[in-house]
Structures are given as C-alpha cells and as structure tokens.
Design a protein around this ligand. Structure first.
Ligand SMILES: *Cc1c(COP(=O)(O)O)cnc(C)c1O
Length: 371
C-alpha cells in the first residue's frame, strides 16, 4: 500500500524550468526579476494594489503588525482555534493575543465574542480563514470600523476563497499569505503581504529592508530598526510557475473536497467545511468534525491511519491551551470541538482510490454509536 500524504506540493516541469533559469541567470542586476514578476501576478490574481513577497507568512505578519504600530501593552483579538504563527508574531512586539471563541460551523472567530473582548487596549482583529473557510468579514468590518480597529486578514490557508465577490486577503486593511510546502500554492517557504493602502505598503517595504526607504539614495542609511524577511529570487521563480497554474491548483483542492463530501454523504452527524451563500471556500484542507453521537477517539483514529499508511492530521488546538498562554474558560466551542475533528489528506495528485481508502478506514473505525 502506497503512502497517502496529507499534503505534498504539485511541482511540474514548469516550476523546474523557471527555478533552473533563475538559478542560471537570476543574479546581479536580475536578482529581483522573478520577485517582481511573482508580486505582479499575485496582485492581479487577488485584485489588490500592492503585494510584497516575504520569506514566510510569519514574517509578513510580524512586519504588518509592526507597520500598524502594535506595541507592548496592546491587545490583538483572534480566534482560539488557530495556527500559532498569528499569535506568535503579536508577542514578538510585546503585545497580547486575546483568544476568543469560534463559531461551531466555520471554526473561525465569532464576531459577537470579538466585540465582547474589545478593551481600550485593543488595536486590531485578526480574521484567520481557517482551512479555507471564510470569516464573517462584513460583521468584522463593521465592528472594526465602529471601534477604530485595524482588521487583519490571515489568508494563509485561503487562496481561492472568495467572499461576496472579493478574494480572501483583499478585504481587510492588510492580508497575509503563506507559501509553505503544505499550502495550496508553494515556494517551499515564503509569504506575501498585500494591501490597498499605499502608505502601509511603503512602511512594510521599508521595514523589510532594515529600515531603509526604497527611494533613499544614501547607501546603508536607515531611518529605523527594521527586519529582514525577504524572499529569494529562485523561490519567486517557483512562485511564478505556480501562479500560472493557480486556477488548476485551486480547482483540484475543490475537487478533492467534493469527492470526500460525496464519500461521507451517508454518515450522519458530521460537519465538513461549510460554504455559506455568497462565498467560495478555498478548501485548503478538508476537515471532518464528528458529532457527539459518536464515541470518537481522535488518537485511536490517527493510529488506525498510521497502520494503513495514511498521514493523519490533528485539528488545530485552541492556542489558549498552549503552556505560553492562559486558558480562556469562556471559549466552550473551541474547547469542545478540537478533539472531535481531523483533517483529511488533500494533496494535488491524490487519486479517488486513495480518497476511498481514507474514507474506508474512517468508516470501519467509526461504527459504534453512543447509546
Ligand atoms: C501556514 C500559516 C501561517 C504561517 O505561515 P509560514 O509561511 O509558515 O510562516 C500563518 N497563518 C496561518 C493561518 C497558516 O496556516
């Protein structure tokens, strides 16, 4: 039985060709060519004015938070079920991540809980589109505007997702993306900062050049302490090839999800990634949440996966469970669902037979209903 990976990039001869060419000629005066091209392609795809490639999404977040002036003592609100990067970058600036409960259907932050968590110290809300599911951006925008807060969009998992005609990542004051090897579009490691705000863009570009403004003519002169989260030209070359295949990469994610949905259609009391009216789910990673009518034991299922040569993957933990943070006992939804859910393998080249294998393992394991 071949191994079924949970994720694996799709690298064709186009990526190899572009990367090879960049390795051959993308130096000296041409050392930014692919980066500029990649940013241009990304901007067009997303429908935003500005895009700046970075070495990681974590770096893009760090600089974005810095550019909006996050400082020690500030609070930033985000959903409790989340990837650590969003919270870690807040702490890099001495600010405090405030974890609020998530919605039971989208697993993204609950706008009512967001509003309740606002204090005089609150500076920003981070809308993370978990697994490609969309946050309720309309409600979050109203809340952010009403309290004079910055609305950040972490769309690392949401390439391909569309919210009422706008692509995920293009709606907030700024958005960030990840091109880590597990993501829908990859450059190995890498990220992107996007915004429609020219001033914010300039600030991030300056920060990412050790505080040297792009138009400065004095060599090695810096205006402030900055960062160094630049993307390499060779990476961007791979990104350019992936951008040319973006529709195909997104479409396959959707196909994989729809196939799982079909395979699990006869299972009662489960929830999979939702797609509310007016939205298109990015379907980075299919997930199944088992209802309480099951005696679901996630660890046992993951063991079962391993026996069958399938990569299992935990649902994200509530970040407030991690030892660096304080528990938030007012987040019952997040605390309740985390151990009743798993992600399913969804790499680009997965076959229907492999998806069936995953499904069969789950169905053979989960036959006992609670009495
Ligand atoms: C992957 C991911 C990140 C971090 O991306 P890196 O490129 O690994 O820094 C941030 N936020 C979310 C929601 C992610 O899934």
């Amino acid at each position: 039985m071949n191994k079924i990976h949970y994720s694996k990039p799709s690298i064709t001869s186009l990526e190899v060709e572009y990367a090879t060419r960049a390795a051959q000629i993308g130096w000296g005066e041409r050392c930014y060519d692919c980066i500029t091209d990649f940013e241009e392609k990304f901007k067009q795809h997303l429908g935003v004015k500005y895009a700046h490639a970075t070495s990681s999404c974590t770096g893009a977040l760090h600089m974005g938070y810095a550019a909006i002036g996050i400082k020690p003592g500030d609070e930033v609100i985000l959903g409790d079920i989340n990837w650590l990067a969003c919270a870690a970058a807040i702490t890099y600036l001495g600010a405090k991540p405030v974890f609020v409960d998530v919605l039971p259907d989208t697993w993204c932050l609950d706008p009512i809980q967001v509003e309740a968590a606002i204090t005089p110290q609150t500076k920003a809300i981070v809308a993370v589109h978990l697994y490609g599911n969309l946050c309720e951006m309309n409600k979050l925008q109203v809340i952010a505007a009403g309290h004079n807060l910055v609305l950040v969009e972490d769309a690392a998992e949401a390439i391909g997702a569309v919210y009422h005609g706008k692509r995920a990542g293009s709606i907030g004051n700024f958005g960030v993306f990840s091109f880590h090897g597990t993501k829908t579009l990859t450059t190995g490691e890498g990220g992107m900062f996007v915004t429609n705000n020219g001033e914010l863009y300039e600030k991030v570009v300056t920060l990412n050049n050790h505080g040297r403004p792009p138009q400065t003519s004095t060599q090695f002169w810096a205006e402030m302490i900055g960062y160094k989260y630049r993307m390499a030209n060779v990476q961007a070359a791979i990104g350019c090839a992936q951008m040319e295949r973006i529709e195909e990469l997104i479409a396959k994610k959707r196909e994989v999800f729809l196939e799982y949905q079909r395979l699990f259609a006869d299972m009662p009391d489960i929830t999979m990634n939702p797609e509310p009216a007016g939205t298109v789910n990015g379907h980075w990673m299919p997930a199944i949440l088992f209802g309480k009518s099951y005696n679901f034991d996630r660890e046992k299922l993951l063991t079962k996966f391993k026996e069958n040569n399938i990569d299992g993957r935990c649902f994200f933990w509530p970040l407030s469970w991690l030892p660096m943070f304080d528990r938030v006992e007012t987040n019952p939804v997040a605390y309740d669902i985390t151990e009743r859910a798993v992600n399913l393998p969804s790499y680009h080249d997965i076959t229907e037979e492999e998806q069936k294998r995953v499904c069969d393992v789950i169905k053979s394991f989960i036959c006992h209903k609670k009495h």
